[in-house]
Design a protein. Structure first.
Length: 134
């Protein structure tokens, strides 16, 4: 029962909510307002941000491993620091399990993910405060 509910929440329910939100937003949006160069630029910058976030997370952990040779961290955990994707920690766990069935990265990946979310909130607060003082 619980497993079925979990799978529904992760897949079907998430897809249904995304579809509902898309229809709701699309109904109130005119093509002239949405299909503009700025919109494409924002989407492109978002894609670049997600790619760089994953890359920098992995690179940071690799650099960290140089300075802490006794306590190595799996670099895949660095990719879970994407604050916009809570699912990333589960993906990292699954990838770790495929590489080595003895690999259990979920708790570490969740910690990195939550840290990324907290850092995003702090950074957003700093940016808002900066522009509020202008």
């Amino acid at each position: 029962m619980l497993e079925s509910l979990s799978k529904t929440a992760q897949n079907d329910l998430a897809n249904l909510i995304t579809l509902l939100l898309g229809i709701t937003i699309a109904a109130s949006m005119k093509a002239e307002q949405f299909v503009q160069f700025e919109t494409i630029m924002i989407m492109g910058l978002g894609l670049v941000a997600f790619v760089l976030d994953s890359m920098v997370g992995v690179i940071f952990v690799k650099i960290l491993n140089i300075f802490t040779p006794k306590n190595k961290i799996n670099p895949m955990v660095g990719a879970a620091g994407i604050s916009a994707f809570p699912m990333s920690s589960r993906v990292i766990e699954k990838m770790g399990q495929e590489a080595d069935p003895q690999n259990h990265l979920l708790m570490h990946a969740v910690a990195a993910n939550v840290s990324g979310q907290i850092a995003s909130v702090v950074a957003g607060g700093v940016v808002l405060q900066y522009f509020a003082n202008l």
